[in-house]
Structure formats: structure tokens, C-alpha cells
Ligand binder design. Sequence first.
Ligand SMILES: C[S@@+](CC[C@H](N)C(=O)[O-])C[C@H]1O[C@@H](n2cnc3c(N)ncnc32)[C@H](O)[C@@H]1O
Length: 376
Amino acid sequence: MGHPGEDNSRWAIPGRRRRLRSDQDQQPPTLTSQTQLDRLPGYETHRMVHRAENPRRSGRLFPVAAARRKEHRWKGGQHDVETWSWHVDRPAWVSGLVCWHSAGVDDYLAINRANWDERAPAHADSPDYGFDQFLNDLGHLSGVVRFDRPRLGDLTGLRAVHLQCHIGTDTVSLARLGATMSALDFSAAALHQARRLATGTGSTIDFRQAEVYDAVEVFGRESFDLVYTGIGALIWLPDVARWARVVADLLRPGGRLFIREGHPMLFTLDETTSPPSLRYPYFETTEPLIFDEPGTYVETETTFTHGLTHEWNHGLGETITALLEAGMRLTGLTEHDSVPWQALPGHMTTDETGEWRLTHHPERLAASYTLQAVKQ
Ligand SMILES: C[S@@+](CC[C@H](N)C(=O)[O-])C[C@H]1O[C@@H](n2cnc3c(N)ncnc32)[C@H](O)[C@@H]1O
């Protein structure tokens, strides 16, 4: 059992990835892409961080969605770009943040879902997610679940829900460890692949399509002994306190949250510099970090068109405080020097289990964490 290397080429976290796979050109331009707009003559990219007079975030730096707004048209082979100023008050710091339009928080679900819908079939087809290994070996577990198996303990008979289950490899793994699994994701395309995997492997799993914040309406209050999530889940959510309340509401008293997640310290780093440098917010910001990087983190020939994503970092203290305030008791917190994907391409080395850590001085970076909490 066990297939070392299965997850080895999960590199770069969704939303923290740069141009992947030889900076492939997207043709024709979609006119919704920073990548393309950057190439236009006369185009001026605005990368600003704004110290806002926001009553909730007073005194903090957070990214402005757009310092300037751009109107752009595609005219028979030529771009015609117009720009006009947007009010920006006291810009505080110039950053490399990709931000070219003001989609706003309200649009994040549609924008991110389009991105994930497009990625799901490519992920399922990729050897990196190992569908064939699950189908051919009924004892096979994902590398992510294998990593935490000692901390997970005995799952036999537990009613568990996997939030943001993606294409179901971790979900099926938890079912194989004896849990009765439900799972949720907002991507219909991801769930199509997850159901296909479950059916093919003889796993009975209740998959539901919904936004994570609606999970209680979908499954009911106090329905689970275990909430499992992570590996690039929280960065898609604007409000970690709201997420923590959802987790607490899903659990019966005494039920447990288990999350292994990329460390917020890791997500502050810009891997395009050597050594990686501090670039992105550590703390949760009101406005999203907006990235536009066509491609994904598995090997694939697929051409992607929905590279735009809206993401948020959440400080470890913010996440823990959110859970405590939601009525959870912290029962375990382990910070790891490794992650199950190549989060900082060019700066990390993998081991035989598929974990990646800094090639030089791995002790300098908390790359991921496993957190457990119990509902009081
Ligand atoms: C990186 S994956 C999570 C890791 C996953 N366990 C895996 O196998 O790699 C992120 C998942 O979150 C889902 N997602 C993102 N935002 C969401 C939201 N607001 N509600 C529900 N699902 C969401 C995406 O569709 C995607 O499947």
C-alpha cells in the first residue's frame, strides 16, 4: 500500500502559482487577462496597496482591487485600451500584486468557480491525482491523507464531511479508512469527477454541490463527528470567522475539526525572486488578492482560459481565534516544514513521500500546519 511520489508534481498552490508550463500563450486574447493586457502597447499596470480608512481594518495595509480601471476592446487584431483614474487615497506601498479590475468581493464565487470548473477534468486526467492508483489498488490512499494518518486516528464509523473536496481523492481515502463520508464543493465539474472516482472504487459518498458557507443548510446542524478540509481550501474564502462558525455548526458537541493547510507564512512569499521574498499579506484582508495565471498545478496539455482568481490569506492566529470564538477548543497544532505540492518552484526539494520543503534551510519556513479542534 502506498505509492510514494503520487502527489509529487502537485506544484504551486492554486492561486499562488505563477505562469506554469513554459508560460504558455493564450490565443486569442480573452481581454479578461492581466497577462495579455500587460503586453499591450501603452498599457500601464497598476500595482498598489492601499492603507484604507476602513473601520474594520483601520491602519492595515490591504490591496486595492484597482488603482485604475481599464476599458478594453478587441478590434480586428488590435487592442484599443483606454484608462481612467480611480480614486485612490494615500497609496502606501507599491506591490507586485496582480490587480487590474475591480471585480469586488461579490464576484469572487463566479470567478473562482469558473477557474475550478476548468481545472477539474484536467486534474482527474492527470497522473498527479492518481485516479488509476485508486481504481487499481483498493487500499490506496492519497499522499495527503497518508501524511496525517497517525494524527487522524481511527475513523471507523465516524460521520465525516470533507469541505471543498475537489475531485474526491482525499474523500475516497477517508472512506477507505472507515469513515461514512459526505463531501461538498461548489464546482459541478469537480463533483462529476469525484462521483466518477467514488463509483469506480465502490465508495458510497454523499457529494453535494454548494458554497462552503452554505454547508449547514445543505447537511444540517450538528450532523457530523468530523469535519475534514484543507490543502488549499481556506485561501478561497474571504472570511475565516464565518468559515469557523460553519465548521462548529456542522459538528455535534465533541465533534472534531481536522485541517491540514498551507501555512499563511508560505502564502506571503513571492517565489519568483531568489530567495523567495515577502510580498503578500499575512493577515486576512478585506479585498481579495487577485491573480491571473492561466494553467494549473498538475501536468496537463489542457489550455486554460479562466486564470483569474480571488484569494485571501488568513493568519494562523486569526484562524485559531475564529475557531475559539465559534466554540471550538484547540486540541492539536503542528507546523510542518513541508507541503504536499511544490509551492515555491525552484526553491524546494521533494522526498519519497511526496512532501516538498525548502532545499536550503528548510527550518526557516513553516510551510503547512495540521490543526485539530473539538466542539465544546
Ligand atoms: C485546492 S482544492 C482543495 C484541495 C483538495 N482536497 C484536493 O484534492 O486537492 C480547492 C477546492 O475548493 C473548491 N472551492 C473553492 N471555493 C469554494 C467555495 N467558496 N465553496 C465551495 N468550494 C470551493 C474548489 O472547487 C476546489 O475543488
